[in-house]
Design a protein around this ligand. Structure first.
Ligand code: 16G
Ligand code: MG
Length: 541
């Protein structure tokens, strides 16, 4: 090993001293107050280069963002070669490196370990970096670049991008068949698929809440490629308001009300994206002036229903077929609608994008969404091959060919690497236009069951252990029977409890036929959690 290189890494590291913090690479990478991150960022620059070496010099992405968190926070996540999230074993390497007191030694050990088990080791190392609009991102990117230089990796700083744009670019860099590896290539691929799909259709305008973040910039940029096919107005574009403050997809989903910064009008269409533009939710005002939210569940049922129709009419037969992946947070009405109305199989997995993404690969067309608006569609190689074969077939009837071409355009419109608010919005808009649906028509597919979430402060959230995709608890003992008893007395009742992956709390979800019952079920379950899982502070009341 090259001692001079490790010495160099160590010398540079003194610029980024590690504060007294225990870091964990969680479901969303590292995410903290920005001032606690320079040392982490430096180390993640090193890890990204190491990961690239371990992947035979394929390009690895490093995204600096804290998504829907406050502007004072920031974070970092690494992106694997096919644009997917970092492999689980490397999450542990990331945590180890971030916490090490002797970074030179830790990196030396890690390099040795990784190299010894690695098939296609390369001595180069290639990374691409991007950040959202947080001011702290500028210096944080610089720390990662310093690391890459010291560790003799090659790097490209792509400036400000949405998280899904960087995922897309990483994928295209390593797999040029997927598209052109640039921001422009992204707009071109997606806009041309959208224009193909909506050719000769008239689309009504959409109002977008950009959360005062990167989404606002990039929706506006995409608008230039859409040739006025979709009139778009972007609000909360960052010129005056603060990032994610009382606006954005998370605010709208959690508070179930309109973001600040836009005046809602009956009959208009609205969508909100989050701070790094990988989530989207829709909303509108009904005739009575009530706020109506169309969340990730509504988006996944819309997309799955459309795929179902088009698959039937295009006569493509698939072995593993179409399926939808949800989490326990999916509204019970959405699951029932998929099951009994659309007859589409539904799988339920643990919270966290990586679990949904993985499961969606079990289907030929796997639609996955979290209720919070993060999701996309994955297509199997078999599906792609069958589709191309059918399109090439000379005997394919013209009316079938039209459907197949729609299917192909729809596939090209999807960013398969990760949930993407720009791509997701254009998918929704294309489907609504094809069906001639308003948001109200879409909303009426099914009625959400009233639901309520609560969080309970406990001494140690790890005392709560779940099973069955987080739908049941195994520990603390006695909690599940209590939940079962409470649920049994409530019409359409359902409730589950899980430790948060991002906050030091235990979360409770409850739904029921009426708002009052959902509220009281959530409260009763929260009180049981407080009693049995070591609640601290005031008991829920
Ligand atoms: C992270 C996850 C998100 C999940 C949320 C749950 C990713 C990229 N993000 O933000 O999917 O919904 O955690 O948070 O996986 P919780 O564990 O605190 O409820
Ligand atoms: Mg996000």
């Amino acid at each position: 090993m090259d001692e001079e290189m490790f010495q160099n890494v160590l010398n540079k590291a003194s610029k980024y001293p590690k504060p007294d913090v225990k870091y964990t690479y969680g479901t969303a990478g590292f995410r903290l107050k920005a001032e606690l991150l320079p040392s982490v960022m430096y180390r993640m620059g090193l890890l990204a280069v190491l990961r690239s070496r371990a992947c035979g010099n394929q390009t690895i992405g490093l995204m600096v963002t804290a998504s829907h968190n406050a502007v004072q926070d920031n974070g970092v996540k690494l992106i694997d070669p096919m644009g997917e999230m970092l492999e689980a074993a490397w999450e542990n390497h990331a945590t180890e490196l971030a916490n090490s007191e002797d970074i030179g030694q830790c990196l030396r050990d890690l390099t040795k370990r990784v190299k010894s088990t690695c098939q296609d080791w390369s001595n180069d190392g290639n990374i691409v970096l991007a950040r959202d609009t947080r001011p702290s991102g500028v210096e944080l990117v610089q720390s990662a670049l310093d690391a890459a230089k010291a560790f003799r990796g090659k790097f490209k700083d792509l400036g400000i991008l949405t998280t899904p744009q960087l995922h897309y670019i990483v994928r295209c860099t390593n797999d040029p068949d997927y598209g052109k590896a640039s921001e422009e290539g992204y707009y071109q691929k997606i806009s041309s698929a959208f224009l193909k799909l909506t050719k000769s259709l008239t689309l009504s305008s959409i109002n977008i809440d950009g959360a005062n973040g990167v989404g606002a910039l990039k929706f506006a940029a995409m608008g230039k490629y859409l040739e006025n096919a979709l009139p778009m107005r972007v609000y909360n574009d960052g010129t005056s308001g603060e990032l994610n403050k009382n606006c954005g997809a998370d605010f709208v989903k959690v508070s179930q009300k309109a973001p600040e910064g836009l005046e809602m009008i009956v009959g208009e269409k609205y969508a909100s994206v989050d701070g790094d533009a990988d989530r989207i939710v829709y909303f509108y005002l009904d005739e009575t002036g009530s706020f109506r939210l169309l969340d990730g569940d509504k988006i996944s049922t819309l997309i799955a229903g459309f795929f179902k129709d088009i698959l039937v009419s295009s006569r493509l037969t698939l072995e593993r077929g179409l399926g939808v992946v949800q989490t326990a947070y999916a509204n019970g009405s959405s699951t029932a609608y998929l099951d009994s109305h659309l007859a589409v199989p539904v799988a339920c997995v643990k919270t966290g994008v990586k679990h949904l993404h993985k499961k969606a690969n079990d289907f030929d067309i796997g639609v996955y969404f979290e209720a919070n608006g993060h999701g996309t569609v994955l297509f199997s190689d078999d599906f792609k091959a069958k589709l191309n074969e059918a399109l090439l077939g000379a005997e394919t009837l013209p009316e079938i060919r039209v459907k197949l071409e729609d299917l192909k355009a729809l596939m090209e419109l999807v960013n398969e690497t990760v949930g993407d608010s720009i791509s997701d919005m254009l998918i929704v808009e294309a489907i609504l236009a094809k069906k001639g649906w308003s948001l109200k028509d879409w909303d009426q597919c099914y009625v959400d069951l009233p639901n309520r979430q609560r969080k309970i402060q406990v001494n140690d959230r790890t005392v709560v252990v779940t099973t069955d995709a987080e739908r049941k608890v195994t520990l603390p003992k006695g909690l599940q029977p209590e939940i079962d008893k409470l649920v049994a007395g409530v019409k359409n009742g359902r409730s589950f409890v899980r430790p948060s992956g991002t906050e030091d709390v235990v979360r409770v979800y409850a739904e029921a036929a009426t708002r009052e019952e959902a509220e009281s079920l959530a409260l009763a379950v929260a009180r049981k959690v407080y009693d049995l899982a070591g609640g601290v502070g005031v008991k829920p009341h």
